[in-house]
Design a protein around this ligand. Structure first.
Ligand code: CP
Length: 331
């Protein structure tokens, strides 16, 4: 990135040393991440899609839970910034032999890692890590708590398509109870000036939603008629089955009934008759929370979200590294 296109560090530092929760960010932080994402979009349109910004840094991607989009997206973002990258997957590591999170991480940090990107099934694991290590920490999803970079890429994708986030009405539909995407999206959208509704069956909407200044609806048609943007969430069958004994049956009668009442399909969108922008963080259960004629339509920006994941994560890593290394990194 050329010095001409890079704001000075005094005006462009993130207010936080780690990215653990959207709650910690200011609206100015989000604007700054968007600003740099725009610049990295230009970088990725060049024949050589790489900048040397993080060439002397090492980033470890620690994934204690499955991931496709987030893991690949972070790795690509890191490589586009010229960082050295180490990948760790719990399923093929000594975690299987009983090693603790702290021991695992300390062993990796002993190899001089600067930034840790971590996905973990336990809410709060990234906070624990940040307290016990010197490395900067990026939360790539902690249990049912938060997934901050997903919310950033979602809001960025809305802004890209509609030109703004402020003043929009956004409904988050489906399995709010088990979703880390929902909470991060609520904080992010509200900080950017959007109005937020959650919609789903009462068994999938936690009571604390009432305290977050969001609208709550159990009627999909009503919610779609209200919104400009619908973010459709995955039914998280694996989390519903954590106690064992029969997946979604404890939250709603059957997948077929869920799809009939809360599935976003072409018929209900045509009946509502508005040009609603459709998002889904993935992975999708096609035919359950969303049908293919919606997911693959011109109304959907699902693949734009994936594409924007790389540039927004480049922006996050770049700005965090700038806090650690100072203005010479960014200029
Ligand atoms: N959106 C998302 O977090 O997808 P992955 O689980 O594939 O990373």
């Amino acid at each position: 990135m050329s010095p001409q296109s890079t704001p000075s560090l005094e005006k462009s530092a993130l207010s936080v040393p780690h990215l653990i929760s959207i709650r910690d960010l200011t609206p100015a932080d989000l604007d700054l991440i968007f600003h740099f994402s725009d610049q990295f979009r230009e970088v990725l349109s060049r024949p050589i899609k790489r900048v040397p910004s993080l060439r002397d840094m090492t980033i470890a991607n620690l994934f204690f839970e499955n991931s496709t989009r987030t893991r690949i997206s972070f790795e690509l973002a890191e490589k586009r910034l010229s960082a050295d990258v180490v990948n760790f997957s719990a399923s093929s590591s000594s975690v299987k032999k009983g090693e603790t999170l702290l021991d695992t991480v300390n062993n990796i940090l002993a190899m001089k890692v600067d930034i840790v990107v971590m996905r973990h099934p336990s809410p709060g694991a990234p906070v624990f890590l940040a307290k016990h290590t010197d490395a900067q920490v990026v939360n790539a999803g902690d249990g049912t708590h938060e997934h901050p970079t997903q919310a950033i890429l979602d809001a960025y994708s809305i802004r890209e398509r509609l030109g703004r986030v402020a003043g929009l009405k956004v409904v988050i539909i489906g399995d709010i109870q088990h979703s880390r995407v929902a909470l991060s999206n609520i904080f992010c959208l509200q900080k950017l000036g959007a109005e937020v509704m959650v919609c789903g069956p009462p068994t999938l909407i936690p009571r604390h939603m009432q305290t977050l200044n969001v609208h709550v609806s159990h009627n999909l048609r009503e919610a779609l008629a209200w919104c400009d943007v619908a973010n459709v969430l995955r039914i998280q069958l694996e989390r519903m089955d954590e106690g064992g004994g029969g997946m979604a049956l404890r939250s709603f009668p059957s997948l077929r009934e869920y799809a009939m009442v809360y599935g976003v399909n072409r018929r209900i969108l045509d009946e509502v008759g508005k040009d609603i922008l459709i998002l889904h963080p993935g992975p999708m259960n096609r035919g359950v929370e969303i049908t293919s004629d919606v997911a693959d339509s011109g109304q959907s920006i699902i693949l734009d979200q994936v594409q924007n994941g790389v540039i927004t994560r480049m922006a996050v890593l770049y700005l965090l590294a700038a806090r650690q290394r100072g203005p010479e990194l960014v200029n």
